[in-house]
Design a protein around this ligand. Sequence first.
Ligand code: EPU
Length: 416
Amino acid sequence: MVKFMILKVSKSSVLSGDVYISGSKNAAMPCICAALLTKQKVILKNVPDIIDVNNLLTIIKKQGVRVKKKDDIVIIQAKRLKTRVLSDLVETLRGSYYLMGSILSRKNKLKIKYPGGCNIGSRPIDYHLKAFQELGFNVIEEENKIVIREMTRTSKDVTFPKISLGATINVLLLSSTFLKEVKITNPSLEPEVLCLIDMLKKMGVSIDILDKQIIIKGARKLKGVSHSIIYDRIEAGSYIYLVGAIQKSKVFIHNAPIEHLQTVIMVARKMGIIVYKKDNILVVEGNKGIKKINLLIGEYPFFPTDLQQIITVVLTKAKSSSTIEDPIFPNRILHLKELKKMNAFIYEQNQVIHIKPCILSPGIIYATDLRCAFALIVAGAITSGTTYIKNIDYLFRGYEEPIKKLRHIGVNVEIL
Ligand code: EPU
């Protein structure tokens, strides 16, 4: 990705008005790849217009798949499906690894470039590759490519040592055409996985969810389907904490998937942010002061790792020290260096982030990944003066129309 855009953010006094949440990035990408499991037409609704999704659609077009996009609707028909996925775009996004599960499910071989993704610490794909092997595929890792070939499809129990969203989705995609039962033990049951399961069931796959287990019984031919992507809980959470950080603000968040935001709302309330539901709209108000918290991040339904950087910024406003521990991505800490440039009193020790009360000063800082980009906007919006964020391009990978939405509620942002 070429990184050259700079965002100017000035202190934003009171935020007000409405923000409309878009479809979920992390649900859209697996569902787009699930559309490749059938030769029939698939209609996906509520697909966000973001760089990662658009790049994934470009990749599948190169695989011979027909793709039509209008507004938030994407129509996909994969009558043809080439098995060599060698576009450079594969290396630019994490979600491209779902092409492994879906292409192998329909075909018996695959050659794919290594998937990329945001710079948030080590992101191995060993669980994915081990699962493919256990299900009867031979995996060879070359310098920057992976070559996978079917030996004998073997239905069995795949057990993950740690909960993985991506690996759970890849096994779901691959097993969808297995005629005998595949079990996933210790799967991810995040709302994005459930959105995919919902789609696969409509396509003819039988899927049961038990306590800590998913049982999949696939079908030889999957049906076409019309499916709506769930709303993005991380985008909604990002706006909740942005608004909550600015006293006297009052913003109406529409389309927020409130049922998926229970912990995010609970933590916001503990921090003194006022959050309530009014006619299915989430109303967020910035209160007098932010309160400290000691937060342990975890897999859903616990507090999501994707909001760690944003909440870190908000906690600089608390009157006493806070801590955040993220065992999922403990090295997602590049934002700390940038916040220190703004005089934040913040450090990481033994994989715990310590945030001391401080008043941020404006500076020239760098976005290092998608969520870091939003976190730094929050930092700029609560800081007197003008902050310049370099590499803001990352923001557009996962937030739909961020500048328009931010300006609409009163955040002083301008792309230079
Ligand atoms: N893990 C392994 N080996 C694997 C896979 C995962 O050790 O083969 C470990 C990871 O290192 C991590 C944990 O398992 O410690 C969980 O990783 P997971 O596989 O769940 O993450 P992911 O699939 O790579 C997705 C999202 C991330 C989100 C995480 C956690 C996509 C494209 N990415 O990543 O989203 O943070 O799940 O919920 O869906 C973002 O949106 O900003 C983002 C980074």
